[in-house]
Design a protein around this ligand. Structure first.
Ligand SMILES: N[C@@H](CCC[C@H](N)C(=O)O)C(=O)O
Length: 262
């Protein structure tokens, strides 16, 4: 999180990559500039927009629609910094490149985000893509927009999940025009397990928009379009509710350190 309420910081792709580098920078999967919509430089006219804009960049400096897990942290940061009032039970809405997102504070450090409508960009007929993943082979997959692009592969078991080599670049047919985030998931009625390879980052410990995409794919795999799906990622547990074509993501947020750049 880079606080820049009044839009005074000019961060280019190289600056972002330097800050996110895990060896020579602070280290992060991505960077979120916390900026007022009107000062963000993103909108010709910010009238009617939420006060705050999530300016999200991937660790390689590329721009993405939003960060699903970042919405919770963004809200938590605004509340802790006294930039927005957000008591337990209250909600706030922020602008992102993927539309406005409303987040409700459920407890001191738990939030539910209305992630908005999901999309099935290649149609509603089921598996729409073939993906070759190093170490485990070729699979059918489902493309989901949340609104970031995701490709979800449902695997047989945990051995397969653990054997996937996500250092190697997977191949897709058809090739996703905007790039994609790849999720591998093993179904489990108690708590599904997933791994994620993020566009512009590499393998990460968790991805909020990706967790929602996984929930959508798992429900469809079970012949359902609505329900609540608990999901485990290496970074922790999240819960996704799919209802009336929208995804709701619930999970924790914690501020772990404050860094001053000299
Ligand atoms: N790498 C993603 C953007 C970041 C997603 C994030 N990790 C999340 O929690 O949703 C992309 O390029 O779409």
């Amino acid at each position: 999180m880079v606080p820049d309420p009044d839009g005074l910081i000019n961060l280019g792709p190289e600056d972002v990559a330097v800050l996110c580098d895990r060896h020579t920078g602070i280290g992060a999967d991505g960077l979120i500039r916390v900026v007022r919509s009107a000062a963000s430089g993103e909108f010709a006219d910010a009238v009617g927009l939420p006060e705050w804009f999530m300016d999200y960049r991937n660790a390689d400096g590329s721009i993405a629609e939003m960060c699903g897990n970042g919405v919770r942290v963004f809200a938590h940061y605004l509340a802790n910094a006294g930039l927005s009032k957000l008591d337990v039970g209250e909600s706030l809405t922020m602008a992102t490149r993927g539309g406005n997102k409303k987040v409700r504070r459920e407890s001191a450090d738990t939030y539910t985000v209305d992630m908005g409508e999901y999309g099935l960009p290649l149609g509603d007929s089921g598996a729409d893509t073939r993906v070759e993943v190093s170490g485990i082979g070729e699979f059918e997959a489902l493309s989901v927009t949340m609104p970031n692009p995701h490709t979800v592969v449902i695997l047989r078991d945990r051995e397969q999940l653990e054997a996937a080599d996500l250092h190697a670049v997977p191949t897709y047919d058809p090739i996703p025009t905007e790039g994609t985030n790849l999720e591998l998931v093993v179904p489990d009625p108690v708590r599904a397990r997933m791994r994620v390879l993020e566009r512009g980052v590499g393998e990460t410990l968790a991805c909020g928009t990706g967790t929602c995409a996984v929930a959508i794919a798992l429900l469809r795999f079970r012949g359902k379009s609505e329900g609540t799906v608990p999901i485990h990622s290496p970074g922790g547990d999240l819960s996704v509710r799919i209802e009336a074509g929208r995804a709701y993501l619930t999970g924790p947020a914690q501020l772990v350190a404050e860094v001053t750049l000299l």
